[in-house]
Ligand binder design. Sequence first.
Ligand SMILES: Cc1ncc(COP(=O)(O)O)c(C=O)c1O
Length: 356
Amino acid sequence: MRQSRDVIADFRSDTMTRPTEGMLRRMVAAEVGDDCWGTDPTTRALEERCADLLGKEAALFTTSGTLSNQLALRVHTVPGDEVVLDASTHLVVYEGAQSADLGHVVFNTLGAEDGLVSPKDLEMVLGGRARGPAYAAPRLLCLENTVNWHAGRVLPLDDMRRLRSVSGAMGTATHLDGARLPNASVATGVSMAEYAATVDTVSVCFAKGLGAPFGSVLAGPADLIRAAKRFRKWYGGDLHQSGILAAAADYALDHHVDRLAEDHENAVLLAGLLGGNPLLKPDLHVPMTNIVVVDVTATGLTSEEFVAAAADLGVLLGDWRPGTVRAVTSMCVDAAAVRRAADRLNLLAHRATATV
Ligand SMILES: Cc1ncc(COP(=O)(O)O)c(C=O)c1O
C-alpha cells in the first residue's frame, strides 16, 4: 500500500494496536510451563478467569478468533450439518473456505438488514429447507456481536434471547463470535456474561481493541471445551510456553476493557466530523462502538482509490464494501489524531470532486 511517510492516524483495524510497556513487562514476568502438558500456570489462570468472566464452565486459549470459530463449528457439528448465520458474518465473509475444509458444514445464510438477525429471519431460514433424516440438519446458529461488517452495530441482548429460544426449539445450538464482545459490553453496560448466557459457546478476541498481540478464548460447557482442545491440537494450534501470551491477554483484561469507551467516543467524533460533509456518508451518524463505515461514492472515487489517496495524506483506512471505506478506532488513535485525520479526509473528498 502507498502511504505517506507521516502516518497521522491508522484506522485500518483495531488489530494494529501494539503491546504497551506495562503489557510487555507482564509478559516478560509470566510464569510458564508447557501448555501441551497442561502445566502452564498463566494460561490455566487466564482460561479460568475467562470462564468466570463469561459465565461458562470452561474456556480454552486459542491463537486467533478464526481458530476459536473453527473449533466451535467442529465441536457443535458433524460433516454435512447445516450452520445458520447472517451473510455478513466473519464466518461467511472470511472463513467460508476454512469452514468447508475443516468443518465440512453447509452454510444456510440469512440476509438480515444491517446484520442484526431477527427471530423472524431465523424462523424463515430454518423453515425454508427440506428437513428430515435424509437432509442437512440445522445444528448450529452463529451470531456475531458486535457486527464488524455493519459498522460495529450491537446485537441487542433481548434479540439474542429471542433468537436462542427460536433456535433452541429446533434443537439448534448457538455460538457467538464475540471477537468484539468487550466493545458491545462497554457500549451498553450489559456484561459479557449476560450476552454469553444466551448462547452455548462464545469466543472473544484479545488482539483487537483490547490491545494484546495475540489470541482469543473459546468458552462453553466443559465437554465441548474438552473436545475443542483435542481439535486445537489437530489443527496445530497447541502452544508450549503460551503463558507469555496469556499474560498479555490477562493484562488487557485488567487495563484495556473500560478504556474501550474512549475508542467509541473517537468513533462518534470521526463520524460527526465526516458526516457534516455531503460527500462522505457515515453508515451510522452515531457509531455504536469503534467502527465507522463511510460511503465515499459521492466523491467520484472508488473505495480503493479513496483508501490510496487517504494513505498519501497519512490516514490509513480499510477498503470495505464496494463504495465504502472502514475506519476503526483503537489505542492507535487519540482524539487529536481523529480531528487531524478528519480534516484531511474532508479535504480529499472536496479535491476529488473538484478534479472529476
Ligand atoms: C467478527 C470477527 N470474528 C473473527 C475474527 C477473526 O479474528 P482473527 O484475526 O484473530 O483470526 C475477526 C477479525 O477481524 C472479526 O472481526
